[in-house]
Design a protein around this ligand. Structure first.
Ligand SMILES: Cc1cc2nc3c(=O)[nH]c(=O)nc-3n(C[C@H](O)[C@H](O)[C@H](O)COP(=O)(O)O)c2cc1C
Ligand code: SF4
Ligand code: SF4
Length: 248
């Protein structure tokens, strides 16, 4: 089973290709989180998690969902992390998660895709994004092949910087940066509610046909990137930047 979470489409794109190449069933973690019920998953096939990298680890919201979900059937677990650059020492934390869940850890690999973190960084142009996604194709195919053959995923070597990034920096990142207080809406808003539907955590509601953000945000960038009139800004950080969605 391919279980995916995606804010702006990169991980969904990779998950769909791997599902196609392996023949495994596709499951949306975001839809499950939105239902706000304790999920029960039975899979005869290995579990293949395809998720973005948030501060050199899998998104906290996905880890919490895995921890709270009941899994039966095949206990082999693969992790594929899409990223703009690298996933640090994420594997160490995934091994521990697998121990806690009594999964068999089959490894973690990363796929470089276009950067989507519009609240903090510049994102590549449409043309550059297409090139990055095209370059990812052989990596995705290789990962699908390894999973289909039942082998372990290739793990990269990690150094001291990776330990720091996935450790103390990840902790500080969530404490200092992951909040919704800087989101604001401009007069371009047409009250369509697309941002409300886009949010995996139901953190947005409309009041007088304008979005209001509550306190439960994971910085997935879906609301700001999905708005059809670009009416959402993240303070001044997003001003003048194009909005991102996986181009293929
Ligand atoms: C909150 C946040 C944190 C991120 N942290 C990292 C990171 O640590 N390393 C990295 O290479 N990319 C990082 N990125 C980039 C995304 O992981 C990357 O663009 C990913 O493919 C987005 O996937 P999605 O479109 O499925 O949401 C971050 C993006 C966001 C929104
Ligand atoms: S998606 Fe954009 S236009 Fe639609 S309600 Fe949200 S902010 Fe307004
Ligand atoms: S408020 Fe926006 S950025 Fe935060 S979790 Fe919801 S959709 Fe993602």
């Amino acid at each position: 089973m391919i279980l995916y979470f995606s804010g702006t489409g990169n991980s969904e794109y990779v998950a769909k290709i791997i599902a196609d190449k392996t023949g495994f069933f596709l499951y949306s973690i975001k839809d499950s989180i939105k239902k706000q019920e304790k999920a029960k998953i039975h899979s005869g096939d290995p579990l293949v998690f395809v998720v973005p990298t948030y501060a050199w680890r899998i998104p906290k919201v996905v880890e919490e969902w895995i921890r709270s979900t009941d899994f039966t059937g095949n206990k082999k677990a693969y992790f594929i992390m899409t990223c703009g650059d690298d996933n640090g020492n994420a594997g160490k934390y995934l091994e521990q998660l697998c121990k806690d869940k009594q999964f068999v850890y089959m490894g973690c690999d990363s796929v470089v895709m276009p950067e989507n973190y519009i609240a903090m960084f510049n994102i590549p142009s449409e043309e550059e994004s297409i090139q990055i996604v095209i370059h990812a194709a052989p990596v995705i195919s290789q990962i699908a092949k390894e999973i289909k053959e039942g082998g372990y995923l290739h793990e990269k070597k990690v150094g001291i910087t990776d330990h720091l990034k996935s450790g103390i920096i990840n902790t500080g990142f969530y404490l200092l940066f992951v909040h919704a207080r800087k989101f604001l809406v401009t007069d371009s808003c047409i009250g369509c509610g697309i941002c409300v539907d886009a949010c995996p955590l139901d953190n947005i509601y409309l009041e007088d046909e304008k979005p209001i953000w509550a306190n439960n945000c994971t910085h997935c960038m879906a609301c700001i990137c999905d708005c059809p009139t670009q009416a959402i800004e993240y303070g001044s950080a997003s001003k003048g930047k194009r909005r991102y969605h996986c181009p293929l």
